[in-house]
Design a protein around this ligand. Sequence first.
Ligand SMILES: Nc1nc2c(ncn2[C@@H]2O[C@H](COP(=O)(O)OP(=O)(O)OP(=O)(O)O)[C@@H](O)[C@H]2O)c(=O)[nH]1
Ligand SMILES: [Mg+2]
Length: 209
Amino acid sequence: MIIKSADFICSNTQVSKLPLPLKPEYAFIGRSNVGKSSLINMLTQKKGLAKTSQTPGKTQLINHFLVNEDWYIVDLPGYGYARISKSKKEDWDKFIRNYLDKRESLQCVMVLIDSRLEPQKIDLAFCNWLGEKGLPFILIFTKADKQGSLKTDQNVAKFRKALMTTFEEAPQHFVTSSETQAGRDEVLAFIANINQSFEAPKYNEEYYK
Ligand SMILES: Nc1nc2c(ncn2[C@@H]2O[C@H](COP(=O)(O)OP(=O)(O)OP(=O)(O)O)[C@@H](O)[C@H]2O)c(=O)[nH]1
Ligand SMILES: [Mg+2]
């Protein structure tokens, strides 16, 4: 897929204020600092489109970016950020889970996993929750430039194996690096393929008011 344009559309804290669900949408989610915003900038080749930071917890809202005037990338706040209060964490949970569960135009949840780490409980728990809800998702392993490919392959295999205790089939996965652009063509081809068969859901405008 050739990226002709990528534009920030809006930031929201309320699901009721999101853009109408008339275009295919892909949510990028994962632990705080896993590289969600960097991956979005890498995919769109627009540095600074999504705000990145060395401090975890940078993305706090549901951010919509429109690509090629045809589909949405959604940057979500990271989970597992230790330095926020318990009540804020519960708010995050409610708000994000509500968005993921209710958003009709959401085609696939892109679950980002740090390729340097052994399987983390919080990532497995999140995947299991998506599975319980019947939400389609794939795994995107990030920061592959930070170690040799053998180590990455081992961590990918361990994660997939851990998921196999609860899933019959491991989800599709991609290995990426925002530094080297590894995985870019593959992720964009995956999205292009789904976009092709997207049909805008019928919606009642009243419902969204
Ligand atoms: N070497 C390397 N560094 C990366 C990569 N992706 C992200 N980083 C770095 O990791 C840090 C966090 O990246 P972000 O993209 O802001 O992470 P995030 O998941 O959006 O973080 P929150 O919004 O805080 O949840 C930044 O310092 C990035 O430069 C990558 O592929 N390779
Ligand atoms: Mg971010």
